[in-house]
Design a protein around this ligand. Structure first.
Ligand code: HSE
Length: 291
């Protein structure tokens, strides 16, 4: 079966958790992957793509077929920027186009989040903006272009599975309460657009302290960003990218973060200045010539 026209699904990168909102907060960024599927045999079937295709056929109750999956774009893999979410959503949405299904964002989020194991990156990538995940009823708000997201990306791949394996299965009540307070402050600030009021609320006690063992310099880099003027900084998703949110001194903040990471022994660090994406996943007829 042929899709209506040549098409690509553009899916934004995301930052998740934002410190205290572990597995609950996601925010889409203006960095994109473009995904397309064509019925046909891939030269070498990719097990990651195959899992998504299998899940699609099972959920839609359509007999299984092979596809060639094309992924283009700029979202780095295994860096805490939601690359796997872009591919999962992109394949599912592409298959819906191949089978001429009506777009159903809630179904796509549910199916992709089940594959991912947590909904934060998926929900933000699908809807754009800032989201607070809550089953089938995420809360969402647009994010102003006044905010810059400075991503310090160390040259180090960190599998989410590994970064989750170091987390405890139980947490202390006072740590949960501290996170609850901070997460509520961030939500209030983002939903009212009073971003400065989130300053001091990005600290976390549920996952970052454990993940710091996997990423030398995490604490120091967060502190350097906040000292240089960021509203807040945190581990992006499961890492290793460290993200700072700011409205001024972006260049200084990026330089301070790179310096702190270098001091902790990281040799190669890419610093990117990003903005929020408020559109979420969308279908396009072509991809930009220059990616
Ligand atoms: N909330 C997830 C985690 C995001 O921190 O493990 C993974 O990108």
């Amino acid at each position: 079966m042929k899709p209506p026209t040549p098409f690509w699904i553009r899916v934004p990168a995301t930052t998740a958790n934002l410190g205290p909102g572990f597995d609950a907060f996601g925010l889409a960024l203006n960095l994109y992957n473009y995904i397309s599927v064509e019925p046909g045999h891939p030269a070498v079937p990719d097990p990651f793509f195959a899992d998504v295709v299998d899940a699609y056929h099972k959920a839609r109750k359509i007999p299984k077929k092979p596809y060639r999956v094309l992924v283009r774009g700029n979202v780095p893999r295994s860096r805490g920027l939601g690359s796997s979410a872009t591919v999962r959503l992109g394949i599912l949405a592409s298959l819906d186009m191949v089978y001429r299904r009506k777009p159903d964002l809630a179904w796509l989020i549910k199916t992709a989040a089940a594959l991912e194991g947590h909904p934060d990156n998926i929900t933000a990538a699908a809807m754009g903006g800032f989201v607070v995940c809550a089953g089938m009823n995420p809360a969402r708000t647009r994010i102003s272009p006044r905010l810059t997201f400075v991503a310090a990306i160390p040259k180090l791949e960190l599998a989410t599975r590994t970064a989750r394996s170091v987390l405890p299965s139980k947490v202390f009540l006072q740590d949960a309460v501290a996170n609850l307070r901070n997460a509520s402050r961030i939500t209030a600030a983002f939903f009212t657009g009073k971003y400065e009021e989130a300053a001091g609320a990005f600290s976390d006690r549920l996952h970052q302290p454990y993940r710091a063992a996997l990423l030398p310099g995490l604490e120091e880099t967060i502190q350097s960003a906040e000292k240089a003027g960021a509203i807040g900084a945190f581990l992006s998703g499961a890492g290793p990218t460290i993200m700072a949110i700011c409205m001024k001194r972006e260049a200084l903040i990026g330089a301070a973060m790179a310096k702190a990471l270098r001091k902790a022994g990281h040799r190669s660090i890419e610093v990117r200045h990003l903005r929020a994406d408020n559109e979420g996943m969308k279908a396009l007829c072509s991809i930009p010539a220059k990616l």
